[in-house]
Design a protein around this ligand. Sequence first.
Ligand code: ADP
Length: 493
Amino acid sequence: MGLNNPLKIVMLAAEASPFAKVGGLGDVIGSLPAALGNLGEKVSVIIPAYRMVLSGSFDLHPCGKVSGFDVPMKSDSAYASVYQTRFERTDVDIYLIESPRYFDRSGIYTDSETGDEYPDSMERYVFFMKSALELLPRLEQPVDILHCHDSHTSLIPGLLKINHRADPFYAGTRTLLTIHNIAYQGIYSKESLDYAGIDSSHFFPMSPFEYWGKVNFLKAGIELADKVNTVSRTYSMEIRTSPEFGMGMEEVLRRREDDISGIINGIDCNEWNPETDPLIPACYSIHDLSGKAECKKQLLQYFGMPQLPGRVPLIGIVSRLTDQKGFDLIQEAVGEITNLDLQLVVLGTGQPQYHSLFRQLASKYPQKIAARFSFDNALAHRIEAGSDMFLMPSRFEPCGLNQLYSFRYGTVPVVRATGGLADTVVPYGSGSGTGFSFSGYSSSEMMIAIRQALTVYSDPARWRALQIRIMSQDWSWDKPAREYVQLYRSIHL
Ligand code: ADP
């Protein structure tokens, strides 16, 4: 596919692993481009040059073709400098847009000291989008597909249609918007259009740029992109059919029903591979899981927890600590959880209420519950490797990646069957089960799934068979990347 006539695809996003990552978006932008490259397509990526990128140990250099340019921002302007490098072991170029005013900060979206979102998010990402559209013609490489991701880049289809309408460089360019999480829509005052350079005549009731008297970047993208997709089939249906999931976008999505699809995320099977992972204390494979026992032992030691007598499972959680992820269910069920023979380790950062919840639980039940509140990729790998089960009781989950990493590491997911979790975890008991799941968002249903997992865990032969089944699945990008190519080709001129 693609080899004779490669598509020229540019991805625009706020994150790309390993340069800058907060959640699954970063993983996807860090791995999908290489998979598309393997299929013969020509992909490059543009992200902001946050402080953590510039001060990290990446081999960045100033972009040879374009050193920088001024970008008008309302009545003012800001200078964009351009850096460039490649994703390791690939021929995927990544361009990084620097601006001391907008990106030289300790965090990506939020102030790492206070946890608060930066008050000028709108300006930051409008600047990023306009800079990216200014950069591409200067690079003199034609673009077939601009692949936008989430609200930080979802004004791009509108900017193309309005500000770059007459630009011959973009005459053959089509747009795809991928929604990774509809909860973050980028809703700002009407003034944001002044920053974007979009005339206020475009702001009127029911126009793509108007949403209850404000401007909603995601809505504008949904209305104006040539196609839209989300990161699982179930989530693509949930957000169209229920206000609980669609968060005000259901009607807008329904209007574009024929242009919306769901493509499940793949994973980077080099980074997440227990046979070669340099971040875990002992490697292991489907044929010999002895290294996993060593990983568990060292993980318990790291968290200062004892190895309890008998066959006691360790449950892992690695997550943003937000309402989306279902921690209120754990809070509700804590009495029951701590009465069971199990241990729980948590890694995450997010809402202060969940930091204090897990801090309190860890100090009340030091033998059973431990937590770390940081962003720590190496520890995330060690938790995947050292845990027996992985808990994701999400209220909603567009795709979810940790259940897929868990599969690779022989760590059995216990999940709420929503969005991508419903599409990837087959409930145990069906013969081909790959995890334990529950449907209703309730702590009692969650506890039924956890108890079922404990029952199977207590039988080593059944557990081993389950581990073999989950480890032998293929969740690589191979299939989803082919689906993206089909989608690109369906809009390509
Ligand atoms: P979301 O994008 O909603 O946060 P996903 O499951 O799609 O959820 O992806 C989360 C990604 O972020 C995974 O790679 C997970 O390991 C990682 N992650 C989340 N929190 C942390 C953390 N505190 N430290 C390290 N990695 C984390």
